[in-house]
Design a protein around this ligand. Structure first.
Ligand code: NDP
Length: 247
């Protein structure tokens, strides 16, 4: 029996009224995450290169942001602060994926992968952490990948390395900011049904659950880790993969 001091829905408490920012929120997983946070009452900013179609939230919640560009990141979070307030929930989701044999990976392709997938998360986290520290509250969820654990399927070295970096970044922030009421976790999804997996969906027969993941599978995990009552979970890398990689 819950006492009066316990939230009635502990899994999703502390979302309503919080300012959330989701990068790469125009489509795919990011869009689903942003919509789910919005549905649970968060004041969600949808950050992306271009505007998402038919926003669930008010249209001014879209904020143009290229996560690879420090100036663009700073501007975007300043806009979020002006319109909604300091970011309390950050979801580092923006990412790119490319299948490229190791020998054919140019320094430029390598840099671009790391800039979008890893440096982008670093820049966004560094931009919001002082505000979270001041508020003594924050939730950061960064989207890694099973490829960050395994190195990825064949011909995805740069992607796998970028996602391994996300897992380490989430842990490093967790350790440094735990005293300030800030948690930092990563998710390690695999084979989620978005534009990104077009062409590799035939891997479905290697998923024990017997289906591709859906963006909502990832969004629910983000929601769980963003809850106020998830305060004792930090530095975790949580699989969302239907048993594709059990480690
Ligand atoms: P999508 O390609 O469907 O969506 C990625 C989003 O990120 C797009 O809206 C894209 O914008 C945006 N984006 C790309 N570059 C930037 C940038 N520089 N600044 C801001 N936004 C940017 O991918 P998913 O939804 O599938 O993936 C989301 C995250 O989940 C990624 O980090 C991915 O690596 C990770 N992931 C996905 C898996 C999957 O199976 N789908 C598995 C494991 C991890 P635009 O449309 O303009 O390019």
């Amino acid at each position: 029996m819950a006492t009066s001091s316990e939230p009635s829905h502990p899994i999703i408490d502390g979302i309503a009224g919080r300012v959330a920012a989701v990068t790469g929120a125009a489509r795919g997983i990011g869009r689903e995450v942003a919509d789910l946070l919005t549905k649970h009452g968060a004041l969600t900013a949808y950050l992306d290169l271009s505007e998402p179609p038919a926003l669930t939230a008010p249209t001014e919640r879209f904020v143009q942001c290229d996560v690879t560009d420090p100036q663009s990141v700073d501007n975007a979070f300043s806009i979020v602060e002006r319109h909604l307030g300091p970011t309390e929930i950050l979801v580092n989701n923006a990412g790119i994926f490319e299948i490229l044999p190791f020998a054919e990976t140019s320094p430029e392709a390598w840099d671009r992968m790391l800039r979008v997938n890893l440096t982008g998360a670093f820049l966004c986290a560094q931009r919001v952490l002082p505000g979270m520290q001041e508020a003594e509250y924050g939730r950061i969820v960064s989207i890694g990948s099973s490829a960050g654990k395994t190195g990825g399927s064949k011909n995805t070295a740069a992607y796998g390395v970028s996602k391994a970096g996300i897992h380490a970044l989430a842990k490093a922030i967790a350790t440094e900011y735990a005293p300030y009421g800030i948690t930092s976790n990563a998710l390690a999804p695999a084979l989620i049904n978005t534009d990104m997996v077009t062409g590799i969906a035939d891997l479905v027969n290697r998923i024990p659950v017997g289906r591709l993941g859906e963006p909502t599978d990832v969004a629910r995990a983000v929601l769980f880790l963003s809850a106020e009552s998830a305060s004792f979970i930090t530095g975790e890398v949580m699989d969302v993969n239907g048993g594709f990689l059990i480690d």
